[in-house]
Design a protein around this ligand. Sequence first.
Ligand code: SAH
Length: 383
Amino acid sequence: MAALERMTHASLPPNVMYPSAAVTAAPLSQPAATRDLRTLLPDELAAWVAGAGAPKYRVEQIFRWLHGQGIDSLDEMTNVPAALREALGADHPLTPLAQEVVQTAHDGTRKLRFRTHDGRAIESVLIPDEDVARNKLTLCISSQVGCAIDCAFCATATLGFGRHLGAGEIVTQVYRATALAGRRPTNLVFMGMGEPLHNFDNVSRALALLEHPWGAGFSPRRLTVSTAGLVPGIEKLGALSPAPNLAISLNATTDEVRSKIMPINKKWPIAALLDAARRFPLSHGRRVTFEYVLLAGVNDSDADADRLPRLLRGIPAKVNLIPWNPFQGPAFQRPGAERIRTFQERLRAADVAVYIRSPRGDDIDAACGQLAAREPIQISTRA
Ligand code: SAH
């Protein structure tokens, strides 16, 4: 755990700033003295506990309440003296994250919508494995309010950039989903709203909090950060010890097409992106996931299917094909079933590990690229 302890706020690298006109708001920065209690790593909490003159064992106790039990109020820390709880809350209040709505899709996927302390809506999606026997429960979490990256095919992009989520707001999504599901998700993916590597400081801090054995204790092998392709961010992610899994939203096989649908490609084109993927540290048996949204007539040709394996040569990779999930706005189309199958077959014939990601939760707009925190039509629970 020494590596985690070393990852203090001060030593984390600065944000990757994507030079987009949409990036207007600065990250929510709070002075250290009033920082959200949930963002504190054990060594920071230890400094506060020492400063308060309390015994050292309080550090583990408090951290376990916050990140193991996922409590929402300091009053729930029943074995911590009231005076200490009060002093802690005065210096480090718990930033509220109101759980507003839970929607359940026909396939059992659940979408959670939260309201931040400053009135912004964010969403997380709980996805049980289609094969119940596998017992897998994946939670897809958001890293930003809206997104600055502006991919042409993505609903979140239509919101523009709101702000970065704090590490506390990121991990709280996990604790709320855990309470709702009645068990801890087995896998966490940063594939909700936002570009996680644009919010590197808070995301890397959230990873450290989620991995800590006093808290949720996630193995980094169960954590996946997905990026639209911020090359310096991929490098910083790879430098974390331990590094989580990396997923890259590739979505095209030529710079011409990729730059049209993902403007970030003009800054970091395919060759630079794949170089970064090649350099990403992979422990034994691990692979980089490449997401590929299939858009009819845009990136789903046989020529694309034949170029893709050549691009990925030398990278331990797996490809997730995501047939485009519609939302109101752009004139894209999902390819027909036959085209999707052919595309997959051509990749398979070239020895690429390729899967088709089924559109889980699409009847409640919870599938990939549909998260836009709009008012739900059908409400199953109110919390
Ligand atoms: N910003 C990060 C995290 C979001 S992950 C990233 O881009 O990787 C969301 C995934 O859904 C990405 O792979 C994205 O390419 C894909 N996606 C976006 N809009 C989509 C849509 N309408 N249908 C299917 N997939 C979509």
